[in-house]
Structures are given as structure tokens and as C-alpha cells.
Design a protein around this ligand. Structure first.
Ligand code: ZN
Length: 674
């Protein structure tokens, strides 16, 4: 699986396939309220609805803006596909419910109506009646009779059998069932297989077709539904122009063809043309050719994902869910990384690590941050925060892959969490003000330094072996710790001001405040009471924070305070704290360079694993009072073309809708293709 989702309480990250900046942002929440843009739109059930901005859109020239506009339109035209893929009755149900929302003019103050609206919004959020994350059927919190009443009063037709299903906890209860005892296919409501098709039939079908010797196999089944033929055999109904989902795919193709006319460069244009050809023919060889071309088209400020991509909604792992993400280069992040990468040697030379562990020729590690301009299908309203594609292993091996972090999405997630945590865990008004003023910049700098100079720094002594070999299960926590410490050490360095990266060292102070607050207290909210810390990033954060707290005790560098029965950690001396970060960095680099397993183990075990139970309980109690929904999803900005009297586009404007219900109704009005 090569996509990455972030939730507030549930963090799902498949190991460390992707670089680790997501974790960074994830933990540095609640520092923000720097602008007046309203990020959090509303909360209901276990969901929060968030808005995001498109930074950098105005950096684009007209052609690029058109390209972005066409690509987002292409994406939205396929929205209904995802609904139908998720469950065979989803579109019917959605149309009926939306008709009620649009036309019902009875009492809207009573509890039943409120619950009905929550139910509809949950279904919109999940692109169907199954929870987007748990995949369990969403059960209504109002009586069946109430729905029947609404249907009657609005003259809405909905098959009574479907109404029964909505209120039946058993029938089609799970979108994707991975419990083999219930049958992977028979137990799943997903609409990738006709309901009576069994796993054994599917296995036999592909055993006949897949040649295990093939070094460049196509992605079998990626773009089709498996159906029962009249003669009882099984076959595929292909999603293409003239095939299944044809009406939606024709519109996708219409916009993609327009996009190809304003492509930024030839490889990008070629890729778009291949994608169109694939949609027209359904030919999986063309899909591979497209992916190779798309992967190699790395120039340009605009990129996109559009098609049947991820297969985790198919219990058998063949069929791809429709999704689209349109991306613009994050110009600020790129500029920041370039400055750091250009100066990587200075940071190496001036680091606190021992001279013999310094690299003579250090090369900064850069990564790609993009800003999302629009999403649809599987990526909306719930979205990944990073994507690494293509999925075909042989293409990845031969042609590489594109890995991006969705910068503005991560940013909006963080901002939507508001200042609740900050207000709760920061000790002084000064700390809170500093976080509000410099939190964004500090987080961005920390992330960039962690990645670009942190992971690039230091060398292993000759003949020692890789850290994975020498430090074993502690290698990744120590590596993340080292990268964090490089960032922390230089965040209080005047050099950053000289390079124009930060206005003053208040930014560094702000990050120190946040790091200590989080490492000693806030991050414990992700852990169940009684559990040890397992996750590498959490271990490294507590290890660092606890180590500097204890080592600085004699000088009262960090003070544990209590007020109204609440615990706080307050930094008294930022310069001394910087020095402590430098000392720990030096020691961890030594451990890495020498492969000193015992010392590495002791650091992590003594500082990073065990949790102070009383403090943990206190954190959980304090956080519980803040009430924040665990899952977030997004309202997309709306791109509006401005045309002259000939219909030529002269500009594209960005509007930021603020009402989830309105956006969902608007999408259904505008992009109902199935
Ligand atoms: Zn890292």
C-alpha cells in the first residue's frame, strides 16, 4: 500500500516506506492560528470537516492554471465511479437522500431531522454507506419509520428492500471483509465482484491468466468488475469509454484531452495522451506505458493522479478504486530545501558531532512537497497526506517512483485542530503567543532541517556495518532522534537568520517549547494507559525530551511546574538547552558511527519506552475534555475559469466554499454521470 493517511488519533503509516516528514507535522499540532482562514468547518459523529488553501496558485501562469482547472474537472467527473465501486446501491441511496435534503420542507428542528442530516453527511464523507475507515456499515440514529415518512413526504422513491438494508445491522455489514471465515468476497459489500462470485472462482480465473515467469506483468483486474456470464462462467466488465462507467469516463477523457493541450512539457503531454488512450481502450499494457511516462515526467510545477489506483478496497487486491489528486509544486518548501541543501556542508562542519564522524562532502536530502489543488473519488473528502506511485513493482524497480508529501493538507489538518492542545499544555501566555506567531514557520523549518540536513549528516566508521545491522531494533528510533537533534541544534543558530530562513531566534524558542511539551506530555495522548511506547518517532521524541530534562536538572534548564493540579514543563534557559541537544546529538552520532548497540539500547530503553503512569493519566484526562473528532476530511476549493466574450479562458480564480453540505449537493448536481 503506498498511500498515507493521517488522522488525529489514529495514525496509519505502513512502516517507513515513505520519508518521515508526516510524523513531524503530525506531532506538532496546535501551534497555529496565524491567519484568519477558517480551517475547521464543522464536526459531527467521529468526523471533522476541514478547509484547505492552495498556496502558490498565483505563481502559476495562465496555461498552468488552465491545466490545473482541467485536471480537477477530469477528477470530479469520475466521482460517481467511487460511489458505485464502494457498494452497488450507493448511488441509488445517495440520490434518494439528496432529494430529501433538497426538497423536504417539514420540521427541521427536531432530533430525528438532525440525526438524519448527520447520517447523510457521514455517507457523503465515506462515498457510500460504509465507514471510510472501519468499512462497517454506518447505522442511522433515527427510526426506519422516520425515513419512510421523509420519503413519502418528498415523493422520493427508494426500493423498500434497500430501506431495509440501511437499518439491518447484518446485511452487507462490511465493505471490505478480511476475515476468511466469512469469505473474503461473499463477506464484502464492495462492488468489485458480482455478489455470488467466490474467491475460489477468482483464484482459478487468474491462475489461468497470470504467467509467473513474466518479468513485466500487467496489473490484472485493475480496471474491471468481475461479473457472472450467462453461461455461468465469470468474466470482466471493463471500466472504459463504451464499457462499464462509460458515461463518466467519457467526461474524464474530455477534460484530460483539454489538459494535454496546455501541458507544461512534452513528457507530461505524452503521459496525458497515454492516459486518455488507456481510458478509451481499457488496455492494461497502455496503463503500464502511461505509468512509465508519468513517472519520468518530473519537470513542471503541476502534477496529478487520475485513474483506478489503490487496490486495498478489493479483498483480493486486484481492482483499483477511482481517485484523483491535482498537485502544485510547493514553491516555499522547495526554496527552503534548496537553501538548506546548498549550505549542507556548513551545517555538517559546524555540527556538535565529533570531527571524525563528519562527512567531508555531505549532500542534502531533498524531498518533494506539493500543494493539493483538488481531489476526488477515493482521495476525497478523506485524503492521504502523502502518495508514492506507481504501484507496479517492476515499474518502480526499473523507472523509479514519485513520492510526494501533500503540504497544504498536512498544514490544514494541523490548523483545524485549533489551539486547544496548545492552550491546555503551554504554561504561559508568552509561550502561546510565540507558538501562534511562529508555529507554522518553526514546524516547516524543523521538518526541512530534519530531512535535508538531519538524515544526510554523519558517517559510519569503516568496517562497522550499517546501523540496521549494528543497532538492530533501535536503529530507526536512534536515526529519527539524530535527525531531530540536528534540526533542534541549528534552530537556535544565528546562521538561519543570516540565510534568511527565519526572522529571529524566537522561532527556535518556539520549536523548543513545542518539542519539550510534546515529548514529555502531549504525545502520550496517542497511547493507551499502561502501554509502553513502541513507535520509533514517539520513542525518539520522549528519549530526547526526557534526556535533556534530566541532564539539565542541576541547572534548572527545564522546570516541572504545577498549577491548579496540572503539570507543565517550562524551559528556563534556551542556550543551555541547545547545548544539551548538541551533547546528545554528539553521543547518538557516536553510537551510530561506532555501532555501539549497548549504549543505543540503554538510551532508548531508559528514556524512550517507559511512561510515567500518573502523568499519562493526567494527559488523557486533560485531552478528553478538549473533544476533537478523530477523522478529518476536506472541502475542496472551487476553481472558477474567467472567460472573455469568445469563451477563451483569461484567468482561473480560486474560491473557498465553507459548507460541506452545499459542496456535496453541488457535486451531485454537476457531476452526476452514472
Ligand atoms: Zn526522519
Amino acid at each position: 500500500m503506498k498511500r498515507f493517511k493521517q488522522y488525529f488519533w489514529v495514525l496509519v503509516l505502513p512502516a517507513l516506506i515513505f520519508s518521515c516528514q508526516q510524523h513531524q507535522h503530525d506531532e506538532q499540532v496546535a501551534n497555529h492560528e496565524g491567519d484568519n482562514f477558517n480551517y475547521l468547518s464543522e464536526q459531527f459523529a467521529d468526523l471533522k470537516i476541514i478547509r484547505y488553501k492552495i498556496p502558490g496558485f498565483d505563481h502559476l501562469n495562465l496555461k498552468q492554471k488552465e491545466l490545473v482547472y482541467y485536471l480537477t474537472q477530469a477528477g470530479l467527473e469520475g466521482r460517481d465511479i467511487m460511489w458505485d465501486q464502494n457498494y452497488r446501491h450507493n448511488l441509488t441511496i445517495r440520490k434518494a437522500l439528496e432529494n430529501i435534503v433538497r426538497t423536504y420542507d417539514g420540521d427541521k428542528e427536531n432530533e430525528n431531522w438532525k440525526q438524519f442530516m448527520v447520517y447523510v453527511k457521514r455517507i457523503w464523507f465515506s462515498n457510500g454507506i460504509h465507514h471510510h475507515y472501519s468499512s462497517s456499515k454506518i447505522m442511522p440514529d433515527f427510526p426506519k419509520e422516520y425515513l419512510q415518512e421523509l420519503l413519502t413526504e418528498t415523493n422520493t422513491e427508494l426500493d423498500p428492500e434497500i430501506v431495509d438494508i440501511l437499518f439491518d445491522p447484518v446485511k452487507d455489514a462490511k465493505k471490505v471483509n478480511l476475515d476468511p471465515s466469512k469469505g473474503l468476497l461473499l463477506g464484502s459489500a464492495i462492488n468489485f465482484y458480482d455478489p455470488d462470485i467466490t474467491e475460489a472462482e477468482v483464484d482459478a480465473y487468474y491462475a489461468d491468466r497470470i504467467n509467473k515467469e513474466d518479468k513485466t506483468p500487467v496489473s490484472y483486474g485493475l480496471n474491471s468488475k468481475m461479473v457472472r456470464n450467462e453461461d455461468g462462467s465469470i468474466g470482466e466488465s471493463v471500466w472504459k469509454v463504451g464499457g462499464m462507467y462509460g458515461p463518466a469516463i467519457e467526461k474524464i477523457v474530455y477534460w484530460l484531452e483539454k489538459a494535454a493541450t496546455v501541458a507544461e512539457n512534452e513528457p507530461q503531454q505524452k503521459a496525458l495522451e497515454l492516459l486518455v488512450e488507456y481510458y478509451k481502450t481499457g488496455d492494461l499494457k497502455t496503463w503500464d506505458a502511461y505509468n512509465v511516462t508519468w513517472t519520468e515526467a518530473t519537470d513542471g510545477d503541476v502534477d496529478y493522479i487520475n485513474s483506478f489506483i489503490e487496490v486495498y478496497n478489493d479483498p483480493k487486491g486486484y481492482r483499483g478504486s477511482y481517485e484523483t489528486i491535482v498537485e502544485i509544486n510547493d514553491f516555499d518548501a522547495s526554496a527552503r530545501m534548496k537553501v538548506l541543501a546548498d549550505n549542507a556542508q556548513w551545517f555538517e562542519d559546524n555540527s556538535s558531532i565529533m570531527d571524525e564522524h563528519k562527512k567531508a562532502n555531505v549532500v542534502g536530502v531533498t524531498y518533494k512537497v506539493v500543494n493539493v489543488a483538488g481531489e476526488a473519488g477515493d482521495a476525497s473528502p478523506s485524503t492521504p497526506i502523502g502518495v508514492n506511485l506507481p504501484n507496479a513493482n517492476w515499474i518502480r524497480a526499473a523507472h523509479g517512483s514519485k513520492s510526494v508529501s501533500l503540504g497544504n493538507i498536512v498544514d490544514a489538518y494541523n490548523k483545524a485542530s485549533g489551539s486547544g492542545l496548545l492552550d491546555e499544555f503551554a504554561y504561559s501566555e508568552e509561550e502561546i503567543e510565540r507558538a501562534k506567531e511562529y508555529g507554522d514557520l518553526g514546524d516547516n523549518m524543523h521538518t526541512a532541517m530534519h530531512e535535508v540536513i538531519g538524515h544526510a549528516s554523519g558517517k559510519i566508521n569503516e568496517g562497522i556495518g550499517t546501523p540496521k545491522e549494528t543497532l538492530k531494533n533501535y536503529a530507526s528510533a536512534l536515526e529519527e532522534g539524530r535527525a531531530d537533534l540536528v534540526a533542534l541544534y541549528f534552530l537556535m543558530d544565528q546562521k538561519l537568520v543570516e540565510l534568511g530562513l527565519i526572522p529571529n531566534l524566537e522561532v527556535g524558542k518556539e520549536e523548543y517549547d513545542g518539542y519539550i511539551r510534546n515529548g514529555l506530555m502531549m504525545q502520550l495522548r496517542r497511547l493507551k494507559l499502561g502501554d509502553d511506547i513502541e513507535e520509533a518517532h514517539m520513542r525518539n521524541r520522549q528519549m530526547i525530551a526526557k534526556w535533556v530534562y534530566e541532564k539539565g536538572k542541576a541547572d534548572n534548564v527545564i522546570e516541572r511546574k504545577e498549577r491548579d493540579g496540572k503539570t507543565y514543563f517550562v524551559i528556563n534557559d534556551y542556550e543551555k538547552l541547545r547545548d544539551l541537544f548538541g551533547q546528545l546529538l554528539r553521543e547518538i552520532q557516536r553510537i551510530k558511527s561506532e555501532g555501539d548497540y549497548e549504549a543505543g539500547k540503554n538510551l532508548i530503553e531508559n528514556y524512550g519506552v517507559k511512561v510515567d503512569q500518573d502523568l499519562h493519566k493526567e494527559v488523557l484526562d486533560r485531552v478528553a475534555k478538549l473533544k476533537s473528532a478523530p477523522y478529518g476530511g476536506f472541502i475542496n476549493p472551487k476553481l472558477v475559469p474567467i472567460t472573455d466574450e469568445d469563451g477563451t479562458i483569461t484567468d482561473v480564480k480560486v474560491e473557498y466554499p465553507d459548507d460541506f453540505t452545499q459542496q456535496m449537493l453541488y457535486y451531485s448536481d454537476t457531476y452526476s454521470n452514472l
